[in-house]
Design a protein around this ligand. Sequence first.
Ligand code: NAD
Length: 479
Amino acid sequence: MSVTNDLLNTVLRHAGQEVSRKEFLNLAGRGLAASVAAGTLAACQEKTGAANAAATTPTTGTPAAQVDANTVYAAPGGPQVPSSEAVSPPAKVPAAADKPIELEAWKSDVDPKSPPTPTPLPPDQRVGYALVGLGHLTLEELLPAFGACKKSKPVALVSGSPEKLAKVAKQYGIKPTSCYSYADYDKLKDNPEVQAIYIVLPNSMHAEYVLRGAKTGKHILCEKPMANSVRECELMIAACKEAKVKLMIAYRIQYEPYNRLVRDMVRGEKFGKVKYIQAQNSQSSANPDHWRHKKALAGGGALPDIGLYCLNTSRFLLGTEPTEVFGYMHSTPGNPLFKEVEEMMSWQMRFPNGVLVSAITHYDTHDSRFYRVNAERGWLHLDNGYAYRGQQLTTSHAEGPAKMQNQLTIGANNQFAAEMDHFSECILENKPPHTPGEEGLQDQRIMEAIYQSAREGRPVKLPPVSGTDVFRGPEPKLG
Ligand code: NAD
């Protein structure tokens, strides 16, 4: 403020007091006034030739203690900018690593609150991950997501391509000695930097790499779908139990704030009891040679790859388990993409209390990923609900004569970082994961029933499950 005043006084002196100081500040605002004043001052000095030697001390990097608040810095070419006294406003700095620094508050309660400042662990205390498979998901999402992680870091890579290994290792600072071929995967056992293995391979390989991984004694995070059969899922769970390592399935949606908010609104009966959910996850593929179109590698088509999100998220929102399913499947005859796996699956799931979920997934339509939860007195619509980012939540309810449609905006997160940090927390604090192997096994059971129903053209009953969140571990601490 003193800089503004000093500059202003100087400008007014040079300008012959053509405007009053109050008028000037009202016109420009104080911040703008300071820079306008600096510019005007420079122009005045140039015009009069009366350079003010005391106002030009154009060095940067002066320690705060030596800075004179009246100093004016000159930019190349002559214009001058004001200096401010460098200070640290009052802040609370708790000693505990997991307690955030609280900065001086300045926002009113009229606007949404900012989230707490992050509390990242020092790098040497974070859980070290070995990423297995350097394909689209690993390179495009997971490795970049470590930049947003607070408890996780990449320390090893497993790939069949030495060229990719060398390049990616350089990009992310991973030691050449921590790069492994698939044949050498089991040697992760001897790498003390690795505490967790993240399996990002084609679906059919998940079972083998979890079984081999468990033998290394490392904890395992495995991509969805968990495997290609109920039997494989059971073996994976048993192997991890026997080896006393944790197993988590990477259901990122369950760590995503918008989906979690919808879940809380559903469970809290924000608009009354839920009656039915419509869910859709569709995209378009073009390469019949890709593993996603080979039954032996993928296990199925659209259903286990992307339809799984409609299934798993509905179970997550409701907390209960379906009692019966009815599927309808289609593949366009002659399309090489769908010689082995389904192009489309449409299915219904009956949940307790008459709640119905109606879902569709497609491999040959434009990208579309949303769901709508229909309740007694309103609905919740999550556009891009299953996408990596860009969730848009709209709700509708009646107020008197008006139909209110509201768009709710909350802080987004990096779903992959949140999911990995949750698993790291489970490892650091020896807790069970929120989405353990049992959660993946239940989805596999339901998918097998949907396929059976579609093949046989009749509804298929599922073993009854009573209770809520039966297959999930404790709530994750997010944020
Ligand atoms: P991708 O084809 O891009 O990558 C697969 C990787 O596996 C490649 O690096 C490939 O070299 C390696 N691989 C090893 N043996 C292979 C074989 N026999 N055939 C083909 N590839 C082989 O696949 P992706 O999209 O990264 O998917 C990998 C896993 O991640 C799948 O299980 C998929 O369902 C899952 N995924 C999850 C999400 C999510 O949002 N959670 C998103 C995409 C993929």
